[in-house]
Design a protein around this ligand. Structure first.
Ligand SMILES: Cc1cc2nc3c(=O)[nH]c(=O)nc-3n(C[C@H](O)[C@H](O)[C@H](O)COP(=O)(O)O)c2cc1C
Length: 234
């Protein structure tokens, strides 16, 4: 029993990966509810359970995609308008250091390589980037927010909950893509979804059934070996 459980859990963790092309097959509301309910078993400091999630489907999804794609395209054509679209918190550093910069580049070029996008092909890159704001065609967008009164620690709690969501989804034959790309457009998201002023967007997860015919879903990322990130202190 123990062995079976371990094999199953390891399998689900290993097989989860970021999917960037989904079919139009809808996800039953009860399945979404089950995933979120089990995911809320995540730990949180003092059990404050800071997470809040907006489940976006149907007409609202279409409206949101339309509004944010429009904003992103406007920004792409007028980069001086960046100040209008500020992310709620700094997800990435301003100055990248080694070895993170190399890993980041490897990841980016790995993805573009698969799509046959070469250096300098900015229109193609923009088109691919825009796919983020179409949820990669996923029928469900999960928009996770936190109350603004909370501290940095709550982002840890929320992250654990989100990982549960991705694992619980995978165990049900669904796939996901976590997305920070929406964060700069949080003002647009908040307006369309009626998110109160005292909450801020932290992360988005595209949820749906993977379209296995799309080459982009063959993108599997490597991991550094245990020895490179582990120190055993005895
Ligand atoms: C918080 C977070 C935000 C991310 N944002 C995006 C995003 O906006 N767009 C995207 O295509 N992938 C995004 N990713 C996916 C990462 O690129 C991906 O997790 C990483 O390359 C490892 O690959 P894997 O998820 O397939 O294992 C994000 C991942 C995390 C954890």
């Amino acid at each position: 029993m123990h062995q079976e459980l371990q094999t199953a859990v390891d399998h689900v963790i290993r097989s989860r990966h970021s999917v960037r092309a989904f079919t139009h097959q809808p996800v039953e509301t009860q399945i979404i509810k089950d995933i979120l309910t089990i995911s809320s078993r995540a730990p949180s400091g003092n059990n404050i359970q800071p997470w809040k999630v907006y489940v976006v489907t149907g007409k609202k999804r279409e409206e949101l995609i339309q509004q944010v794609c429009q904003a992103q395209t406007e920004l792409f054509n007028n980069p001086e308008k960046t100040y209008q679209y500020q992310e709620t918190f700094k997800y990435y550093p301003e100055q990248w250091a080694s070895p993170f910069i190399e890993r980041r580049r490897e990841n980016g070029w790995g993805l573009y390589g698969l799509l046959d996008i070469k250096k300098g092909e900015t229109e193609k890159m923009q088109a691919q980037h825009l796919r983020n704001y179409q949820l990669f065609d996923a029928p469900v967008g999960l928009f996770f927010t936190l109350h603004k009164s909370l501290a940095t620690g709550s982002k840890m709690d929320l992250s654990m909950m989100i990982q549960n969501v991705m694992i619980a989804a995978k165990a049900r034959g669904l796939d996901t893509c976590p997305q920070a790309a929406w964060n700069p457009f949080s003002s647009v998201v908040s307006e369309v979804l009626n998110i109160p002023n005292d909450e801020e967007l932290i992360c988005t997860v595209a949820l749906g059934y993977a379209d296995d015919t799309q080459v982009i879903n063959n993108f599997y990322t490597p991991r550094i070996p245990l020895e490179e990130f582990t120190v055993f202190c005895e």
